[in-house]
Design a protein around this ligand. Structure first.
Ligand code: F6R
Length: 305
């Protein structure tokens, strides 16, 4: 599948209806994954608050994991070392272990695995990996899925705005800086990683209100201030809106505000995700780099194995 077809596949992925059948009582949820698979747990954690959720993007699991923990390993390839290590540790502690993967060692090790379609870049399979979490713990109405599908479909048909933005980044050699806010801090991080992997460029992120306690200083006084382009997610929180306004006012910086067509959580989530998909894809094209290429990451993994 071409990378553009992978991007267009996202709208189908949100219809993926598999879920875990969790029958035992549990106290907490721990989700382990790296990179394009790890972001899935972070997005879910930021939204879901009915039970404690901890995400792990590293070797090692929290000490509290026990037989009353639901532990979910997410790895698109099913062969990510850190995630496999953590699944093994969770099994040793008798947690209820589940997995989301397209196969690999993870599928072999975890009986309760949801197997998702293979052949995509992990970062292009976000919908397949995220939906089982929502379907299991916090189902999304069909009506909202339909509306989100329509938003993604219209972005697939027309992403001129993102193409223009990509050109602007390229022509000015801008370094993108993304500022999110709850419940989309993880999406700001996803933007960063999409710039890294698709466009092969550095990008940085932070979120309101935290950035008002640190990044606000370089916003006004950074070395080479004209090298950055700021993308800021609009928020329906009045205090965050005020912070966005005042931050621009007192630093003299002008943010590029990204506004979704709706404030409904799920629709906005996928709008913001897909915006970055296209922006970073278009930046790869204009830079003449291959958006699918993750050869350096692969080389590193193979040297470690
Ligand atoms: C994203 C990507 C990487 C991987 C990461 C973990 O497209 O290629 O960020 O997601 O290296 O690998 P998996 O997802 O297979 O566990």
């Amino acid at each position: 599948m071409d990378f553009i077809d992978e991007l267009k596949n996202l709208k189908e992925q949100i219809k993926f209806n598999q879920k875990f059948n969790i029958t035992s009582e549990y106290d907490n949820i721990v989700i382990s994954g790296m990179g394009g698979s790890g972001i899935v747990g972070d997005i879910f954690q930021e939204k879901f608050s009915k039970k404690p959720v901890i995400t792990v993007g590293d070797y090692g699991i929290p000490e509290f994991v026990n037989e009353r923990t639901v532990f979910i390993g997410i790895s698109y390839s099913g062969n990510t070392e850190e995630t496999l290590n953590n699944v093994d540790e969770a099994m040793k502690k008798n947690a209820h272990v589940y997995a989301i993967t397209s196969g690999g060692k993870l599928a072999d090790r975890v009986k309760n695995s949801i197997i998702i379609p293979s052949g995509l870049q992990p970062r292009s399979a976000l919908g397949y990996m995220l939906m089982p979490l929502f379907n299991t713990f916090d189902p999304v109405d069909d009506d909202i899925i339909k509306k989100t599908y329509d938003i993604l479909d219209s972005m697939d048909k027309n992403h001129d705005e993102m193409r223009r933005e990509a050109l602007k980044i390229y022509e000015n050699s801008y370094i993108p800086i993304i500022f999110g806010s709850r419940p989309f801090k993880s999406v700001a991080y996803r933007w960063k990683t999409q710039f890294n992997e698709n466009s092969k460029t550095f990008a940085f992120y932070n979120y309101f209100p935290e950035l008002n306690h640190n990044d606000t200083m370089p916003l006004k006084k950074a070395y080479r201030r004209d090298e950055y382009r700021y993308y800021v997610f609009n928020s329906d929180n009045l205090r965050i809106q005020r912070r966005i306004e005042i931050t621009q006012e007192i630093t003299g910086e002008s943010f590029n505000i990204i506004t979704a067509p709706t404030n409904e959580y799920f629709e906005k989530l996928f709008y913001l995700i897909h915006y970055a998909d296209y922006l970073t894809y278009e930046l790869a094209l204009v830079r003449e780099v291959d958006p699918t290429d993750v050869s350096t990451i692969e080389e590193l993994k193979s040297k470690l194995s």
